[in-house]
Design a protein around this ligand. Structure first.
Ligand SMILES: [Fe+2]
Length: 426
């Protein structure tokens, strides 16, 4: 396979090898307005510095593509493997994750030089004839880089949220409204049955999305839009955060210990709820989907509402032929917007917020990790995490699929994570 023609990164169009330069430039562009200090600091163990994201995605191509396949490739710096290996045990020792923010050197500019060095070698390689295996690996590297583009955004939001000056990543602009507002959510019914789950056919997918297999799904209904901030405030004002009857035991313990009483980044000022966003402090838009809630909170809300979270099989079946379009990072809104459910079908299934499901992130029957170090990509995380579906306003356009499985621990809140309610059919 050789590099194909460049394809726009939007809608349902997947990335191709010809998009290498575009994906790489999109990562760099995210740091255009960051200082070296802003790109260096780490706000918590879960988050990484922007500089680290730029270097780690570069290390991926250097380590898995260039070093084993380009005989005259010269490492940019042989110490970078230790600094920028994330979690690949097969590759060797690495810098401890909680100390990524201590890397004042290399500087942001030196990391940019590292990227240029690797890009030059990659572009030479991409101009040659590639084996199918190598082409697949490069494609994985591009999708990996897109995942880090989203993490870079969510991590910089978390970093800026620690600063009493409340800095903005991007200028404040009015939130683009849908035409008719949200109104009450309706329901879309599905018959259920023995249904396929997982990716089949051609096209890129992460290993955890397959194999496609059959699952038994009972008839169910899915809400026409995600839960809104207005509905979340009703839950808060009803004492939802403190009433044990709605909570999983682990969730209540964590919510109590960490004093959760509202979504992450929310604060109250003059009786109005505000949120720290990538576009600075903004009044909470009541009709926009709630974001930055953990699985535990989402589950408690669903129980309070007399509903439940969908399973990932239900979500994927409902997604069916729904066009993969929505408020992704390419829209540059950088926050969820109100979803117009007036047409009665599923609005905002893609983009805006990742939707928590009630399904644990486990392997599908017949799952086999890839051979070699990249086999560590997903499989070793299949414990204690829950699946989210659909992508968010920070997910790069063109990165999403109906079968895409994101996963986080149930107490994590710094992603753009929200929920859509489900219920058993009457
Ligand atoms: Fe990574």
């Amino acid at each position: 396979m050789t590099s194909s023609s460049s394809t726009p990164l939007k809608g349902s169009v997947s990335i191709a090898l010809g998009d290498y330069a575009l994906v790489r430039s999109q990562s760099l562009a995210l740091t255009d307005h960051l200082s070296d200090a802003e790109a260096t600091v780490q706000s918590m163990e879960d988050a990484s510095p922007a500089k680290w994201h730029l270097a780690h995605t570069t290390w991926f191509f250097e380590t898995f593509v260039l070093e084993p396949n380009v005989s005259d490739y010269t490492l940019f710096d042989d110490k970078y493997c230790y600094l920028f290996n994330s979690y690949y045990d097969a590759v060797g020792e690495r810098h401890p994750r909680p100390r990524r923010g201590m890397l004042a050197r290399p500087t942001l500019d030196e990391v940019r030089d590292y990227r240029a060095h690797v890009d030059e070698a990659m572009e030479t390689l991409l101009a040659s004839t590639l084996s199918p295996e190598l082409a697949t690996l490069i494609e994985l590297g591009l999708h990996h880089e897109q995942q880090h583009q989203e993490l870079l955004l969510t991590d910089i939001l978390h970093l800026f949220a620690q600063n009493p000056l409340r800095p903005a990543f991007a200028p404040a602009v009015p939130l683009e409204m849908t035409n008719k507002g949200t109104g009450d959510a309706g329901w879309v019914s599905f018959d259920g049955g023995r249904l396929p789950l997982g990716a089949s056919g051609d096209g890129f997918r992460f290993d955890c999305e397959g194999p496609c297999h059959e699952v038994l799904v009972q008839p169910f209904e899915l809400a026409t839009r995600a839960v809104t901030n207005r509905e979340w405030i009703t839950f808060m004002e009803a004492g939802g955060y403190r009433d044990p009857q709605y909570w999983l035991s682990d969730g209540l313990a964590i919510a109590t210990e960490r004093e959760w009483h509202a979504p992450l980044y929310w604060y109250q000022q003059d009786d109005i709820w505000w949120s720290l966003t990538l576009r600075g402090p903004q009044p909470v838009h009541l009709d926009a989907p709630v974001a930055h809630v953990s699985f535990y909170e989402a589950d408690a809300f669903a129980t309070w509402a007399g509903m439940r979270l969908p399973s990932e099989a239900e979500w994927e079946h409902a997604a069916g032929d729904v066009e993969i379009e929505g408020n992704f990072a390419s829209s540059n809104m950088l926050r969820p917007r109100p979803q117009d459910a007036s047409a009665g079908d599923l609005a905002g299934l893609y983009g805006d917020v990742w939707e928590w499901t009630g399904s644990p992130f486990t392997s599908y029957p017949g799952f086999k990790p890839a051979s070699g170090a990249v086999g560590e990509y997903n499989g070793k995380f299949m414990s204690g995490q829950m699946v989210l579906r659909g992508g968010s306003c920070a997910t790069p356009g063109g990165h999403m699929r109906a079968t895409y499985r994101n996963f986080f621990h149930p107490d994590k809140r710094w992603q753009f994570s929200g929920l859509r309610l489900a219920r058993d059919a009457a």
